[in-house]
Structures are given as structure tokens and as C-alpha cells.
Design a protein around this ligand. Structure first.
Ligand code: UDP
Length: 261
């Protein structure tokens, strides 16, 4: 009976976090973007398997409540990097070391360059057909020795797309479907692979293909890229506000507990 009004108003019942946010923050990479790119590039070039989760407040909040994401973020098979200044600040508030943010778009750009120079193979999954095909075309023109395959992110069965990826055995797999769907998809299939660097890269293909412009340098430099994205796409504001306010609340709780304990 009590679910009636909730369902009618379209609201979800409130779910309490079952794990403190700092349990995840402890696992986030504390070094520089350049250092992390070096590690990921080495894994890619030496045929290791690595899953990189670019963690933003949204994915961390999901992980506090949902078992599969929690397991993923705490698992040894995933490297977690801070995708956003709020994650870096949260780490510092909890007394953890943190240098700077490591964004999906930077990682994607640098690893594509390394893969191109080393004539490795990449698979791009996600974004609209015209976006991902434009990016694939651009990469093939720039790095003729690199193998580039792709699939857009609006096919009905994205698990079937992973069957193609498994057959291609690429050195680098970029999945651009938005978080946390892209992380869940990678996690479902990771076991099937013996090698490859897998990264969920959000809206990066839109930027790297040239169909959306990245924030001007001043926003990137001052860590206010989030503001630029909201100004360009005001529909992002609600989601941003909800996730960041909740995130800050959880971080403050964890920071207080860390000071007391
Ligand atoms: N996307 C997709 N399939 C879907 C939904 C989204 O391929 O079913 C793509 C979309 O085209 C965009 C990306 O996923 O390129 C998500 O970008 P967004 O900036 O929203 O992700 P964020 O970086 O905020 O996680």
C-alpha cells in the first residue's frame, strides 16, 4: 500500500548507502594524469589486461548503494582514477593523497596516440553512428598502421557487440555509453579476455571526433569543465546537482568519521 503514492509521483524509495564513500576513495589513483597514462600505456603495449574506471561522483554514489558497482570498484582487476575535481577534493578531505583529475577524454586521447604510434589495434564502442565512424576515419587517416574497428552505441544488443570485440582481441577498447552503463557492460565481459585495456570514456567520442567541442582551455585549466558542460547543455544541471550534493554529504560524513576515528 505504501508504494502507491511513491509510484504515482514517479519517485524512487530512498535507498541508504551501505558503504562509506571513503572505502572507494581509498582505491582511487593518487598520482598525476601523466603517470597514470604511462601505466595504462605500458599495460596496453605489453599485452596485459587492465580495466580503468574513471570515477565521478555519480558512479561513486551508485557504488555506495549497488552491489555490482561496489564489487567492481573494490575489485583488484579495476584501476580507478578521479574523473573530476570533486573526486580529487573529496580524497583530500578524507585525508587521502590526490594530485589531480584524470579524465576519460585525456586518457582516451593519449592512449589512442600511443596505440597509433605502436600500430596496435583498437575498438570503439559507443556514441552515434556518425560520431564514432568519423572518429574511426580520423584515426585511420592519422595512423595508417593501426587497426580500428567500431560499433555505435545505439545498437539494441550491446552484449552482442562485445562478441565482435572478443573476436578482434584489440589492445585498447574504449566504451562510450555514459556511466555507469559502460562500466557494467565491460565488467560483464572482462573475464572473456586475456589482454587489452578497457576504459569507459563517457562523452569522449563526441569531443575526439570533433562533433562537440571540448571546454576552452581556461575551463580545463581551472577545473571548471563541469561548469562549461552545464552552460552548453543546461539539461545536465539536475543530474549534476543531485549527484554532487549527495556526494558532498557522503564525503563530509566520511571525513568527520576519519577525523574522529
Ligand atoms: N550513448 C550511447 N548509447 C546510449 C546512450 C548514450 O552511445 O544508449 C553515448 C552518447 O552518444 C554519448 C555518450 O554515450 O556519446 C554519453 O555521453 P555523456 O557526456 O552523457 O556521458 P558522461 O561523460 O556524462 O558519462
Amino acid at each position: 500500500k505504501s508504494a502507491g503514492p511513491l509510484l504515482r509521483s514517479g519517485k524512487q524509495p530512498r535507498r541508504r548507502p551501505v558503504m562509506a564513500i571513503d572505502e572507494f576513495l581509498k582505491r582511487v589513483y593518487p598520482g598525476t594524469a601523466e603517470e597514470f597514462c604511462g601505466l595504462a600505456a605500458k599495460a596496453m603495449l605489453t599485452g596485459e589486461k587492465l580495466f580503468v574506471v574513471t570515477a565521478n561522483p555519480e558512479i561513486l554514489m551508485h557504488a555506495c548503494r549497488e552491489q555490482d558497482l561496489r564489487d567492481l570498484l573494490l575489485s583488484e582487476s579495476a584501476a580507478v582514477v578521479p574523473d573530476g575535481i570533486s573526486v580529487v577534493k573529496a580524497m583530500r578531505l578524507c585525508g587521502l593523497p590526490a594530485q589531480e583529475r584524470v579524465t576519460g577524454v585525456d586518457l582516451a586521447e593519449r592512449l589512442l596516440q600511443k596505440a597509433g604510434e605502436a600500430q596496435k589495434s583498437v575498438f570503439l564502442l559507443g556514441a552515434r553512428e556518425e560520431v564514432v565512424s568519423a572518429l574511426a576515419g580520423k584515426l585511420r587517416a592519422r595512423y595508417p598502421g593501426m587497426t580500428v574497428e567500431y560499433c555505435n552505441g545505439y545498437v539494441e544488443d550491446k552484449d552482442a557487440a562485445f562478441e565482435r570485440i572478443r573476436q578482434a582481441e584489440p589492445d585498447l577498447v574504449l566504451v562510450a555509453l555514459g556511466a555507469p552503463a559502460q562500466e557494467r557492460l565491460i565488467a560483464r565481459h572482462l573475464e572473456e579476455f586475456g589482454k587489452g585495456v578497457f576504459i569507459g570514456v563517457g562523452g569522449s567520442f563526441d569531443v575526439l571526433s570533433g562533433s562537440k567541442r571540448r571546454a576552452p582551455a581556461v575551463f580545463v585549466r581551472t577545473n571548471t569543465e563541469w561548469l562549461y558542460r552545464i552552460l552548453r547543455e543546461p539539461s545536465r544541471l539536475g543530474r549534476f546537482y543531485r549527484n554532487n550534493v549527495k556526494f558532498l554529504g557522503e564525503v563530509k560524513k566520511a571525513a568527520k568519521a576519519a577525523r574522529q576515528g
